[in-house]
Structure formats: structure tokens, C-alpha cells
Design a protein around this ligand. Structure first.
Ligand code: C2E
Ligand code: CA
Ligand code: CA
Length: 891
């Protein structure tokens, strides 16, 4: 499917284990192969059967023809033979009938020896053997071709004799089988009638059945039986011989009836009345005599050869059929196995799979697809249309929209033969990758894969690459990427880049631990996020630096309400790790495209603006100005100049006096670095000290000031101390005590006269090495003062960490002393606290007498400030001390 929707909902598919996938193509293939194979086998069997049947029929026909030919020849043969018999009889009967008038005459005439001889010669002339006899009208034998005188026999009981005597109109001839003793014979009788019509006697021709039978045996085709019948059904002769049946009446046989009905000739199969065996028979009547010849052969004999052949063919066909069947079985089995494997593979794949044909009918659908969307396997099955599936999915809620909306894109892509790919979100938040691949000859394959895990994994990877793990905000690289795109299309609206640096974050992190620091960062992230409008982009660039991209139009000042919102949000306290912390930030703002067209330039300019905001007292924002770039460049140049100045020992040390409030006498001097730049003029330490700290030059500078200060102090009266500022950077190396000791030794100054001023920044790191260094310094005998007290984040807490000798109250408190009770309260508290810990107090930046008087009233120990003097070159100190002493003495 091409377009899933966001509202897909999965339902648990019923796991009834029923086969949900149909394979019509497979079944069609199996069906046609089976059908073809079985048809082939059936055809083989049918053709073989037909062939065998045909052979059988051929064999039968061949034999029928042979039998038919045989009976035709036989009938002709017997017709001729009997005609021959009859010719003798007829001539005798005719002659005798003409010459003789009465039966008595007849008997006398024919019983003479002469007649016997005549008879013999006649028979010999006819070329035919056999016996010819004459009988008188009483049936007595009166002459014979065989013997003279004749044996006295009587045939009055014979059927033919009776027919001649009783029916004068009957046929002049008769044929009959007679049993004369043991040898049956066929008798052909002819009546002899006088001219007056009186029966004189009869002449018979007698042929031994045996003779006929041996003739039949001689000419009979192999396995055939030949018979001579009287047309009345009486068997006259048969080969092979059937003695018992001779003379028997077979007129009841159907064959007899068939011959009679068929004009005397018929060829047919019938059950033999002799032995009950089936035979082929051919019957033919003789043309001139009431006789019939019959040739038969048993069907089994006829078909014995055929049977062998048929068996051979049958066996051959069966073998071929068996081989075909086996092959078919194998092919079908193979197909089924293949199908099962394919089905197994398709159903066990994780992806949903659908195959459609060109007419958008489903051909294959696997179980995963059904399960994936909780569809009905009864409905989604091969043959079902794309539309029906979409409709079903809309109905079951795994798609929304209309049928056409989903069908059309698939149809269009399939028509153009192009593959499509889509990613869709289901209602329960899973991601589905859908691919539609057209297939040859129309149709397409759709695969649907659940890529949720893959995507989640990718998202995780991209989160790692693009997000900050602490705040879960976009990181620097993601921010730059976003900035690039914003810059590409910031032609119409302006984009402001806010570069935020959290003020004093380092203190929190160092003092309260990283977990609190991290919690604070997360809180800050959330607070900033709450300020964002849609389309704004927030990132953590690293450390305590955040950046925001926001679009605006009109003047730069349009960004200010947004900045105000950010400050308000940051300044409300954040509960983290058991602490309630309110933070502040220095923000630099750069506008695109005004302040930069590339991401690097814009970010750098925002950074510069932030730097300026930070260095001008923090807690505020600055828009980028072209001058900032110059100033930054200047800072870099300043660094180079400073390096050179240090090399050339151009850095001087001036001294500002510290005065006891109770006595008014100078108690010491603070050494302050001074740089008189050949081109720039006097450069303030507030400007070059940070540069020195950042560049690492502070070590050299610090050492230089320390040595010069010690050396000068050694020239002052013994009660006058010297105070030297030490930068936190000087603590890093751990060699500070060594350098201090070395400077004291080089100057020959008592350690008790040297006072090191350190700021709380030294202790912020909370590492043991800084504390250790402090203790080492204390062990050297130098005094330690906590400088700029009250400006830092948590000044009070440092007092308990290390026992300082002095607290220097920051001039910001002194400056506001006269403005109200609040400052006085704070200063009073500090002084009390210091006294409690046996620490001295020095107030800085005293410019007026009023300030001095208040401090005195508060029992501050000493002060310094322009009221007495600014820092002066070393050369002026001796005179200053002298003047002060004189003044003091005068007072
Ligand atoms: P800081 O240690 O607080 O030094 C006192 C600063 O207050 C000096 O500024 C001094 O000139 C100024 N000051 C003194 N009296 C008055 C006053 O009545 N009113 C006003 N407004 N200011 C007064 P400077 O010399 O410009 O030094 C600035 C900062 O530079 C110093 O502050 C100190 O932190 C640093 N610094 C100066 N020299 C050195 C140095 O040799 N080493 C180190 N590490 N830092 C130094
Ligand atoms: Ca100082
Ligand atoms: Ca100070």
C-alpha cells in the first residue's frame, strides 16, 4: 500500500494457526499438471484399450473370414460330391423306371449278377467310391455295388423309405444318417418310380461318415472344427469327431435358426451346444441339397495370440502409465514442497508481502500482512481486489481516508512501471516502510516493513550526534546546521542569534558539585525553552553557553521583549539538587543578515557581543556592533604588545597607600601594575590584567610585580607593609610559594611585611592544591588578604575555609555607604564577622571624608582610596611617607 496514515491501529490478529495465504497460481499449476498428467495416462490406457480391442476385432474378423471362406469351399465341394452321387442314382432310377413296369419285375431285374456288374462299372465310371444299393418296394435289399448276391437286409423302418412310400408327392431324393452297426453313414436315397407312377423301389448311395470326417479333418484349418449338417439340424459328420453327437438334432441351436433366417448363410459367435464353449461359427447351406456345412473355432483359440499381444500392450501401457504417474507424482510433490518452502519463507518473513496482478487482483498475501493490520483472512485472500483490501482496512481502522485516495497513487505508479516508497506512521506510533515494486507483465509487489526499531535506533544515533546529553537540547553542530538553513532563507525576515553565557556558572559547578551544575543547566534549558515562540531554536553550545535563534521583523529593539522574557525566566530561582539558585546571564545578540551572512561570522559576532556584555559587568545584553570586532582585534594586539612590554620591562609598579582609620598613619602600600604604552598611553590594569590572565602572561607579570614590590618595600620603614595582588592563574602551577620565598629572599624583606591579596576565585575551584598553596604561603609567614570581598558569589563561605588575615571590603560597598542604611548594614556585618575571626578589615575606594568617617564609626581598621592618594610611582613613596610622618607629628 502506498499511503498509510497516522491513525493506523493494530489489532491482535487471531492466532488460530489457520492458513491465511492462498496460492491460486500454485493450485492452478498443480491442477493443470495433474490434469494433464492424468489425461495423458487416461489417453495411454484408452488408446491401448482401443488398440487391443481393435486387434481383437481384427483377429476375430480374420477368423470369421477364414471360416466363411472355408464353408463356401466346403459347401461347393459337397454340392459337387452329392451331385456326383445323385447323377448315378438319377440315371439308374430313370433307366429302371422306363424299362420296368412293376415292383416284382424290378426286384428280379436288379437282383441279377449282370446288374451287379453294371452297377459296379457305373460307380467306377463316376470315379467315386462308396456303396450303391437298390431296394425293392418292401425295403429289402435287392442289389449292391459291393457284393453279389446281396445280404438280406431291410430298410422299411428308415425314415427316408417311409417318406417315399407314404408321401408319393415327396422329393425324389432324401439324405439321412444311418447307423449301420458301429459305423454311421450318410445315405443319399432316390426313389425309383415306374412310368405309371408306381413305386418300384429305391436306390441309395452310402458314404461312411468316417470318410467325410477324415476329408474334413484333412482340409480343416488348424484348431477349427468342421461339420456337415442336414438342414433339418441333424449332425452328419464332424471333425474333430464327436461320435456321440452324430445324428443328434441341433435345430434348437440359435445358429441353426439364424442360418435358416439368413438364406442359409451366417457367421457369428455363439456358445457351442457341444461343450458350452464360445466359438465363432460360419454356416452355409449347400445350393442343391438340404445340407449345411459348419466351421467353428473357439474364441479362446482365436484370441490366444491376441491375448498374448494384448497382455504385452497392456503391460507396456501400464508401465508407461506407471512411469507417467510416478513422474506426475514426483512433479506434484516437488511443486508442493517448493510451494510449502516458499509459503514458509513468505509467511515467516517479518515484512508484509502482497503481490497483485495487472488487474489489481491479489495473488499472494502473507501472514505478516494480515497480522500487521489485524485483517480478516477470510476477506484478504487471493483473488480479492486492491479496492476491497483498502476498503477493509478503512473499515477496520488501520487506514483513514477514501478508497480512491489510497488506490490512485498505487495504480498510477504501477501503470507507469515505477517503484515507489513511502514511510507512514500508524495510529499507535509505529513506522511502516512501504515499497511498491512493479513486476514484469503487469502487477506489482508491495512490501510493508515495520521500521519502528530501526528509526528509533537512527533517532538515537542522531540524538547522540545532534543533542546534548545533559539538557537534551540540540548541540553545537546541530545548531550550526540549523543556523545555515536559517541563513539561507532569511531574506524576508531577520534572524537574531542570542549567545547566552551564564554568569558565575563556574562557581555553582565547582562549589556545589557537578550534579547540581547539571541540574541547573537542565533548569536553565527548560526555562529558556519556555520563552520560545514557535519556530525559535534553542541549543546548548557547550559549558554554560546557550544559543537561541529567533525570527523577527522591524527594528532591532523588537528582540528586546524576548530578551526581557529570558532574563525574567532565568532570574526566578531554580530548585536543583536541594538548592534554590537564581542565575543571570550575559547575552550577545547578532542579527542576520546585518551582522553576518555566514554561520561562523554570525556566531562569532554574537560571541563578541556576549564578551562585551560580560566584561561590562555581566547581567546584561549587548547587540553586536562593528566596533566590537575592532575591540577584539585590539585585545589580540594588546596581548602582543603586553608580551613585548614584559620582555622590555615596560610594566611599572605603582603604590597606593593604606591608612589606619584610628591613627590616620600609613600602614602600608598596595602594589598596582601600571603600563604606559608608547602609542596607547596609560593602559588600565582592568584592561590588561584579563588579557594577561587569558594569555598566560600573568605568571611573568605577577612575578615581576612581586619582585619589584618586595624590593621597594625593603627600602621603607620596617612597620610599612606591602600588598601584592595575586591572580588565580598564578595558583595553577603550584610554584607560587617558591616564587614568593625567592622574591622575599632576593629583596631581603621580612615575610611578615608582605601581604598577598587573593580573590575568592582562587578558592572557587575547591581543589585541595589551592588550599595547600595558601597554607604553604602562611607557613612562609606572609599575610593573606581576601580581596574584593562581597562581589563574588559566596564570599562568606570562603572565610570558613581558610583563616585570612584581612578582608578588603569592595569599593562598590564603600561607594554606596552614604546612600542608605542597607550598605552600612552590610559593611557593619562584615566588620563584625572579621573581628570575630580575628581578621583585619580594609575598605577600598574611599574618596570622601564622609565615607572615611562612617568607616571609622563602624570600626573598620584601615582604608585606601583617592581621598589619600591614588597609586604613585615608587620614586614618590619615600617623600609621601616623610610628608605623612610630618603631618602626623604636627597633628
Ligand atoms: P584592586 O586590587 O581592587 O586594586 C584596587 C584598584 O582600585 C586599583 O585600580 C586602584 O587604582 C583603584 N582605586 C584605588 N582607590 C580608589 C578610589 O578611591 N576610587 C576608585 N574608583 N578606585 C580606586 P587599578 O590600579 O586600575 O587596578 C585594577 C585592578 O587590577 C586591581 O584591583 C587588581 O585587581 C588588578 N591589578 C592591578 N595590579 C595588579 C597586579 O600587579 N597583579 C594582579 N594580579 N592584579 C593587579
Ligand atoms: Ca587589590
Ligand atoms: Ca580590591
Amino acid at each position: 500500500m502506498s499511503t498509510e496514515d497516522r491513525n493506523d491501529k493494530f489489532r491482535q490478529a487471531p492466532s488460530d494457526g489457520t492458513e491465511r495465504t492462498g496460492w491460486p497460481t500454485h493450485f492452478v499449476a498443480v491442477f493443470w499438471i495433474s490434469f494433464g498428467g492424468l489425461s495423458l495416462i487416461a489417453a495411454i490406457i484408452a488408446v491401448t484399450a482401443l488398440m487391443i480391442g481393435h486387434l481383437r476385432e481384427q483377429e476375430l474378423e480374420k477368423n470369421r473370414n477364414a471360416l466363411r471362406n472355408t464353408v463356401v469351399l466346403l459347401a461347393r465341394h459337397f454340392d459337387q460330391r452329392f451331385t456326383g452321387f445323385e447323377a448315378v442314382e438319377r440315371s439308374l432310377a430313370t433307366e429302371l423306371g422306363q424299362q420296368i413296369a412293376s415292383p416284382d419285375q424290378f426286384a428280379t431285374a436288379v437282383s441279377s449278377e449282370n446288374f451287379h456288374k453294371l452297377l459296379r462299372s457305373r460307380i467306377n465310371d463316376s470315379g467315386d467310391l462308396g456303396e450303391v444299393s437298390l431296394y425293392d418296394s418292401e425295403g429289402n435289399c435287392v442289389a449292391s455295388s459291393v457284393a453279389w448276391p446281396v445280404e438280406r437286409t431291410n430298410i422299411a423302418d428308415r425314415r427316408y423309405f417311409q417318406s417315399f412310400t407314404t408321401a408319393p408327392a415327396s422329393s425324389p431324393t432324401a439324405i439321412e444318417l444311418v447307423h449301420n452297426g458301429s459305423s454311421p453313414a450318410i445315405v443319399v436315397a432316390r426313389k425309383i418310380v415306374a412310368q405309371n407312377g408306381q413305386l418300384l423301389g429305391l436306390v441309395t448311395k452310402r458314404v461312411a461318415a468316417e470318410d467325410v470326417e477324415s476329408f474334413l479333418a484333412a482340409i480343416a484349418p488348424p484348431n477349427a472344427a468342421l461339420s456337415l449338417f442336414h438342414q433339418n439340424g441333424t449332425l452328419l459328420a464332424r471333425s474333430p469327431r464327436e461320435t456321440r453327437s452324430l445324428g443328434q438334432d441341433f435345430s434348437a441351436s440359435p445358429l441353426y435358426a439364424a442360418a435358416a433366417a439368413n438364406g442359409g448363410q451366417v457367421t457369428a459367435q455363439f456358445i457351442s451346444p457341444f461343450d458350452g464353449v464360445e466359438r465363432i461359427a460360419s454356416v452355409r447351406y449347400l445350393d442343391h441339397y438340404p445340407l449345411a456345412v459348419l466351421a467353428t473355432i473357439t474364441t479362446s483359440t482365436v484370441l490366444s495370440d491376441w491375448l498374448g499381444q494384448a497382455r504385452l500392450y497392456g503391460f507396456g501401457a501400464a508401465a508407461i502409465a506407471a512411469v507417467a504417474l510416478l513422474t506426475l507424482g514426483f512433479v506434484v510433490h516437488h511443486l508442493r514442497r517448493q510451494h510449502q518452502h516458499l509459503e514458509m519463507a513468505v509467511n515467516n518473513m517479518k515484512q508484509g508481502l502482497l503481490l497483485f496482478d495487472r488487474s489489481e487482483r491479489l495473488i499472494i498475501c502473507n501472514r505478516s500482512y494480515i497480522d500487521m493490520f489485524g485483517l480478516s483472512p477470510q476477506l484478504v485472500k487471493p483473488g480479492c481486489s486492491l479496492q476491497a483490501i483498502i476498503a477493509h482496512r478503512l473499515e477496520t481502522g488501520s487506514l483513514v481516508g477514501s478508497v480512491d485516495m489510497h488506490c490512485e497513487p498505487i495504480r498510477a505508479a504501477a501503470k507507469r512501471g515505477i517503484a515507489t516508497q513511502a514511510l507512514a506512521r500508524t495510529r499507535d506510533g509505529r513506522w511502516m516502510q512501504i515499497m511498491n515494486q512493479p513486476v514484469a507483465r503487469g502487477g506489482w509487489v508491495s512490501t510493508i516493513e515495520d521500521v519502528t526499531e530501526q528509526r528509533e535506533y537512527q533517532e538515537r544515533i542522531s540524538r547522540l550526534a545532534n543533542y546534548d546529553l545533559v539538557t537534551e537540547l540540540p548541540n553545537r553542530s546541530y545548531f550550526l546546521e540549523r543556523l545555515e538553513t536559517e541563513l539561507r532563507d532569511c531574506s524576508t525576515t531577520k534572524v537574531a542569534l542570542l549567545f547566552l553565557d551564564i554568569d558565575e556558572f563556574k562557581s555553582v559547578n565547582d562549589l556545589l558539585g557537578h550534579h547540581v551544575g547539571d541540574a541547573l543547566l537542565r533548569n536553565i534549558g527548560r526555562a529558556l525553552q519556555d520563552c520560545l515562540a514557535p519556530g525559535d531554536f534553542l541549543a546548548r553550545l557547550g559549558g554554560d553557553e546557550f544559543a537561541v535563534l529567533t525570527r523577527y521583523s522591524g527594528e532591532e529593539s523588537a528582540v528586546e521583549p524576548f530578551l526581557a522574557k529570558i532574563y525574567a525566566s532565568l532570574r526566578t530561582s531554580h530548585g536543583c539538587g536541594g538548592f534554590n539558585l537564581a542565575v543571570d546571564a550575559s547575552i550577545g545578540v547578532a542579527i542576520a543578515p546585518l551582522h553576518g551572512r555566514t554561520s561562523e561570522q554570525l556566531l562569532q559576532n554574537a560571541d563578541l557581543a556576549m564578551y562585551e556584555a560580560k566584561s561590562s559587568g555581566k547581567r546584561g545584553f549587548r547587540f553586536f556592533e562593528p566596533g566590537m570586532e575592532r575591540r577584539a582585534r585590539d585585545r589580540r594586539m594588546l596581548e602582543q604588545d603586553l608580551r613585548r612590554a614584559l620582555d622590555r620591562a615596560e610594566i611599572e609598579v605603582h603604590f597606593q597607600p593604606l591608612v589606619g582609620l584610628a591613627t590616620g598613619a600609613i600602614t602600608g602600600f598596595e602594589a598596582l601594575a601600571r603600563w604606559n604604552h608608547p602609542e596607547r598611553g596609560v593602559v588600565s590594569p582592568a584592561e590588561f590584567i584579563p588579557v594577561a590572565e587569558q594569555s598566560g602572561l600573568i605568571e611573568l607579570l605577577g612575578e615581576h610585580v612581586l619582585r619589584v614590590a618586595c624590593k621597594q618595600a625593603a627600602t621603607w620603614p620596617a612597620q610599612i607593609k606591602v600588598a601584592v595582588n595575586v591572580s588565580p592563574a598564578q595558583f595553577k602551577t603550584g610554584v607560587l610559594p617558591l616564587k614568593v620565598a625567592s622574591a622575599l629572599a632576593a629583596a631581603g624583606l621580612m615575610p611578615g611585611r608582605l601581604e598577598l591579596e587573593i580573590t575568592e576565585a582562587v578558592l572557587i575551584k575547591d581543589d585541595h592544591s589551592a588550599l595547600e598553596t595558601l597554607h604553604q604561603l602562611r607557613a612562609l609567614g606572609v599575610r593573606l588578604a581576601l580581596d574584593d570581598f562581597g562581589t563574588g558569589y559566596s564570599s562568606l563561605s570562603y572565610l570558613s575555609k581558610f583563616p585570612f588575615d584581612k578582608i578588603k571590603i569592595d569599593r562598590s560597598f564603600v561607594a554606596t555607604l552614604t546612600e542608605g542604611r542597607k550598605s552600612i548594614g552590610i559593611v557593619r556585618a562584615v566588620i563584625a564577622l572579621a573581628a570575630e575571626h580575628q581578621m583585619a578589615t580594609t575598605a577600598e575606594g574611599v574618596e570622601t571624608e564622609q565615607q572615611r568617617d562612617i568607616l571609622r564609626a563602624l570600626e573598620c581598621d584601615e582604608f585606601q582610596g583617592f581621598l589619600v592618594s591614588s597609586a604613585r610611582p615608587a620614586a614618590e613613596i619615600a617623600a609621601m611617607l616623610e610628608a605623612a610622618q610630618n603631618e602626623h607629628a604636627a597633628a
